[in-house]
Design a binder for this molecule. Structure first.
Ligand SMILES: Cc1ncc(COP(=O)(O)O)c(C=O)c1O
Length: 564
């Protein structure tokens, strides 16, 4: 009898273990189905593969012929490149000289310079087409460099510049005057803080606000609060989405250690919704609505432009539907839905992505433009999620501080920014925003097609990316032709153009003329020559072969970037 009971217990335990393993296996399978097939969807694998890619560089002879063009085309490219190099050397002389003087002391400059174009071409490009890191002034929609060149600004200062630089100069100046008497006192608030809280609560539709020093910190705090209140550990982010450079939200290349509590899922996918529905350990879902322009793809940088496969297409109804589904699943499962509006807040609409897509989040992070020109991060959230301590457990707190949080100068510039949102001329900038920017993109695309140029643009309102319509290894050269035509781009090149909303039709027409002229020059110089049968896949295969050859070449360890 005892034997039978023991056997029964063993069977029951075995069945329980089997059931648990089956459940675990099922959950693993569901998770892997919810991952984007690309490397961006597999953070750990991406890091491992990135670590295997060896450095190698094309020498001058190879540089112009990496797609095996006829000699005449390679010669045309060389002549065009050298003409451009002469123009850069004279037109940007002082800006480049001053940059070269400090570059080896500023790590950021070294990094951005090295990653403007695919690494194999980078050394040669840097030697001849130095991009300066200095600017002297800004005005209207232009920047002026140290040589006195005025360039149309398409950098958007990483998205900070929504209303035009003069607007922010005024916010900072008026703000500084308001808080001068208090100066840099920290820990105590200047009364403008109360006004900011009131306005942010109204704009976000959420109950409480906390101020931080950067968008990265705002996201850190939002995630920490979600974990604290749900008592769950895992964070879901979507493939390709940027949320700052904090480890947990940057699980792939760029972060030397694995983000063990982060799951990177496919956006706009039923499989991801299934995972959210089933799992019980997910604290929050982070959404960067900018991904609506290129769901599941990383921000488009020209350093990754090895071929013409870059894609982007914004489908507003489809993305709205996705956000609604996410909202429903998060509400069902007690998962905190966080909209990271550090980039798109105040840009897509006065009320940001929540207003634009008509979907409410539990927590929203803002940053960039909200500081009125000064550094900022802010978290707005539902009351029960923002609280940093428990009434019944006084020692169980959710710590968050920051020496410079609520700095009087930042708070005053923010106050000015928020007040001016309601000024009629600023409100008017939001009217027909989509129609204006979609119309501009369509007109430019039509012109590019009419001129038989292999370039198109895709946009999410005033945030644009450049697409290439025929296979080529040299698309990244466009950023240098654009600069020569007086268009300033950020270091990620044609991957992201950011317009401020104060661009008039006349300003935009000037940009479009220059854009077309740059593309025409690039075409005349032979960069878009395309061999019969070339495809993006054949280019990728070729680059992969090169990488493998260099990886296993006995020379590869001796070839250092500085030697290129
Ligand atoms: C969506 C998003 N979140 C967070 C950040 C990080 O903000 P910051 O650079 O101010 O730390 C950025 C910056 O580009 C961003 O675009």
């Amino acid at each position: 009898m005892r034997f039978a009971a023991t056997t029964l217990a063993a069977y029951a335990a075995g069945a329980a273990v089997l059931a648990a393993s089956l459940l675990k296996g099922k959950s693993r399978l569901e998770l892997s189905r919810a991952k984007q097939w690309s490397l961006a969807g597999h953070a750990r694998m991406a890091r491992r593969i990135a670590a295997l890619v060896p450095f190698y560089a094309y020498d001058e002879a190879q540089f112009f012929r990496t797609d095996d063009p006829p000699a005449e085309v390679a010669e045309r490219r060389r002549a065009g490149f050298m003409r451009l190099a002469d123009l850069y050397a004279t037109r940007f002389a002082e800006t480049s000289r001053r940059t070269a003087e400090v570059a080896d002391g500023i790590s950021d400059v070294q990094f951005t310079d090295a990653y403007r174009v695919p690494f194999q071409y980078s050394g040669f490009v840097r030697r001849h087409l130095a991009a300066g890191a200095f600017a002297a002034s800004s005005s209207g929609v232009t920047l002026t460099d140290l040589d006195g060149n005025r360039l149309y600004d398409l950098t958007g200062s990483y998205g900070v510049n929504v209303f035009g630089y003069d607007f922010y100069k005024a916010c900072m100046e008026r703000g500084a005057r308001r808080v001068r008497e208090l100066g840099p006192v920290l820990g105590l608030y200047h009364p403008v803080v109360a006004d900011n809280v009131k306005r942010l609560r109204e704009i976000s539709g959420l109950d409480e606000v906390s101020f931080h020093m950067s968008g990265t910190e705002a996201v850190m705090q939002a995630v920490r609060l979600a974990r604290y209140h749900t008592r769950r550990s895992r964070v879901v982010r979507f493939c390709g989405a940027y949320h700052g450079w904090w480890g947990d939200v940057q699980p792939g290349v760029g972060n030397p250690v694995p983000a063990r509590e982060t799951d990177t899922l496919k956006e706009m996918s039923d499989a991801s919704l299934r995972v959210l529905r089933r799992r019980r350990d997910i604290a929050c879902v982070l959404v960067n609505p900018l991904q609506a322009l290129h769901p599941n793809a990383s921000p488009a940088a020209d350093s990754a432009l090895v071929d013409s496969a870059r894609g982007a297409h914004f489908d507003r109804p489809a993305y709205t539907d996705w956000l609604r589904q996410l909202r429903a699943v998060c509400s069902e499962q007690g998962i905190v839905l966080i909209f990271d509006e550090v980039f798109v807040g105040f840009r897509l609409a006065r009320g940001g992505a929540q207003e634009y897509f008509g979907v409410k989040a539990d927590i929203v992070t803002y940053g960039k433009t909200l500081g009125g020109g000064l550094p900022i991060g802010a978290v707005c959230g539902r009351k029960e999620l923002m609280k940093r301590f428990r009434d019944d457990r006084p020692a169980d707190v959710c710590f968050a501080r920051g020496t410079f949080n609520s700095h009087p100068y930042v708070m005053a510039a923010m106050d000015d920014f928020l007040r001016h949102l309601d000024r009629p001329d600023v409100r008017a900038l939001y009217t027909d925003l989509d129609a204006i920017w979609n119309g501009r993109a369509e007109r430019l695309n039509r012109r590019l097609r009419d001129e038989h140029l292999p370039v198109q643009v895709a946009n999410l309102s005033s945030i644009w990316t450049v697409l290439y319509t025929q296979p080529s290894r040299y698309n990244w050269m466009l950023q240098y032709y654009l600069r020569a035509e007086g268009l300033a781009l950020s270091w990620i090149g044609t991957g992201r153009l950011i317009f401020s909303l104060n661009y008039t039709d006349a300003d935009f027409a000037a940009v479009a003329d220059r854009f077309v002229a740059a593309a025409q020059r690039m075409q005349e110089d032979g960069w878009w020559w395309c061999g019969a049968g070339a495809t993006n896949a054949s280019i990728k295969r070729r680059v992969l072969r090169e990488i493998i050859t260099h990886r296993f070449s006995p020379r590869h360890d001796r070839t250092k970037p500085s030697e290129s």
